[in-house]
Design a protein around this ligand. Structure first.
Ligand SMILES: [Zn+2]
Length: 166
């Protein structure tokens, strides 16, 4: 995790740029890895001034997800930007905006959780293929299977059968 610590105290005032690769090893460091396969490049621009550190995060790449509709797995593209303003002093309770955080201590900002959250929030709860790009054949097979399943497992059908027998 330590390579995701930004040692801002050691940076000169001005602009600094960093690159990170978030692969599956990164997501596996968390208790609940949200993806099974990832290749996300982070480009971080740090603008340090006397009183603030501004983080400009650009994340681009793909995550391996399962389509909620046709159940096929696919690589979902991500392209996200987020600006986080880091206060390097003050009280935690003064920070109530999602985009403003307090530095973790007097020297470092732990970026890993912010990167993780950024990618997590970009993945919808019900992820589906973009542009209705589902596999039509798989959808048809699934529909057939579901209809068949309903007919055989739904006890209401048995009741109806009994009614028609009388
Ligand atoms: Zn799909």
């Amino acid at each position: 995790m330590s390579k995701y610590n930004l040692h801002y105290a050691g940076l000169k005032e001005g602009i600094h740029e960093f690159d990170y690769l978030l692969n599956q090893d990164f997501f596996d460091m968390f208790e609940h890895p949200i993806v099974q396969g990832a290749h996300v490049l982070i480009h971080l621009t740090v603008n340090k001034s006397a009183t603030l550190v501004v983080l400009n995060i650009k994340a681009a790449g793909t995550v391996h997800v399962q389509c909620h509709r046709c159940l096929e797995e696919f690589e979902m593209s991500l392209n996200i930007t987020k600006t986080i303003i880091v206060k390097t002093s003050g009280e935690d309770k003064e920070v109530d905006d999602d985009n403003i955080i307090l530095a973790d201590n007097a020297h470092d900002i732990h970026l890993a959780q912010h990167f993780y959250d950024l990618v997590s929030l970009a993945i919808p709860i019900k992820v589906t293929h973009p542009d209705n790009g589902c596999n039509e054949e798989t959808l048809r097979t699934l529909e057939k299977y579901m209809v068949k399943n309903e007919n055989t497992n739904d006890p209401r059908w048995d009741i109806l059968k009994n009614v028609s027998n009388n």
